[in-house]
Design a protein around this ligand. Structure first.
Ligand SMILES: Cc1cc2nc3c(=O)[nH]c(=O)nc-3n(C[C@H](O)[C@H](O)[C@H](O)COP(=O)(O)OP(=O)(O)OC[C@H]3O[C@@H](n4cnc5c(N)ncnc54)[C@H](O)[C@@H]3O)c2cc1C
Length: 252
């Protein structure tokens, strides 16, 4: 797959440390898919698509590559390889999409596709505090949760999910965020027999199955995922261990 250079058309501040970049790229990409984004002289990292036609990424400034992307302005360029990865499967009539931190990007995009497909979505967005919450579309019923209670419900996204499941018949649950959060969501969905898909994001170097950095047990997230069904709950590494930059297995 060859690398291409794309111009940045717009940069929108989502919160104090996350920006959404719109690129001059009209690839037909779906939520779940990702690109390897290269910043010359700094490095290459995977980023989930948070919108398409034109392509969007929502990127949190946490380290060298993301910081460099965060400093980009409209008219600057990014180098992309992709798209890679599988996509979500929309299912039923009513759904819940749950995003933790920057994981809200692909969930927000999935919500908009659900609406276009006649599915009623509930969007749940979680963050540590108000200044880390991502924006949400006014047209979608949204539940905000913060760990410190500075905005929305004080507590975890799983509390909001439990409330929704008590009040509505939900056909499908989708989530992207920290693995422990997705593990709890997956268990709740399994307990109630609800279709569920989870988008995993692990440290990744190549994006096409060579480096093994993103492995989760016997699965490679870049080629087998990043979207998984509830079978991931039986993976012995899911929600427990990942690999750090050096490839060492560490506790999550
Ligand atoms: C499929 C996939 C999709 C992704 N999509 C997005 C996205 O849409 N938006 C976004 O902001 N980031 C996303 N990431 C994470 C992103 O690829 C980078 O890991 C992140 O930007 C940090 O890179 P860095 O070079 O800036 O900092 P680094 O020095 O690599 O990391 C800074 C800190 O973040 C931790 N970290 C890095 N990557 C991960 C990870 N995947 N999970 C947990 N902790 C991590 C490191 O341990 C370190 O503590 C995605 C990752 C994957 C695998």
């Amino acid at each position: 797959m060859s690398q291409k250079r794309y111009k940045i058309l717009a940069v929108e501040q989502e919160n104090s440390f996350t920006k959404t970049l719109t690129l001059d790229c009209n690839d037909a990409v779906m939520p779940g898919q990702f690109y390897m984004v290269w910043v010359p002289g700094v490095g290459q990292k995977p980023f989930s698509v948070s919108g398409a036609k034109p392509l969007q990424f929502s990127i949190a400034d946490v380290g060298p590559v993301s910081k460099e992307i965060d400093s980009k302005k409209p008219g600057d360029y990014l180098w992309l390889t992709g798209p890679y990865g599988n996509t979500f499967k929309l299912n039923g009539k009513k759904a819940v999409m749950i995003g933790g931190g920057y994981g809200t990007g692909p969930m927000r995009y999935l919500c908009m596709l659900a609406v276009q497909n006649g599915i009623t979505p509930n969007l749940v967005i979680g963050a540590r505090s108000k200044d880390r919450l991502m924006k949400h579309p006014a047209s979608v019923k949204t539940f905000l949760c913060t760990d410190d209670g500075s905005e929305g419900r004080k507590g975890f996204v799983t509390d909001a999910l439990a409330e929704i499941l008590k009040n509505e018949k939900i056909d499908a649950i989708y989530a992207c965020g920290p693995e422990k959060m997705m593990q709890a969501i997956g268990k709740a969905a399994k307990g109630q027999g609800i279709f569920c898909q989870l988008l995993l994001e692990r440290y990744m170097k190549c994006g096409f199955g060579m480096c093994g950095q993103c492995s989760c047990g016997e699965s490679l997230i870049c080629v087998d995922g990043p979207v998984y069904g509830l079978e991931i709950l039986d993976n012995p590494e899911f929600g427990k261990f990942h690999r750090d930059a050096s490839g060492r297995k560490v506790n999550l």
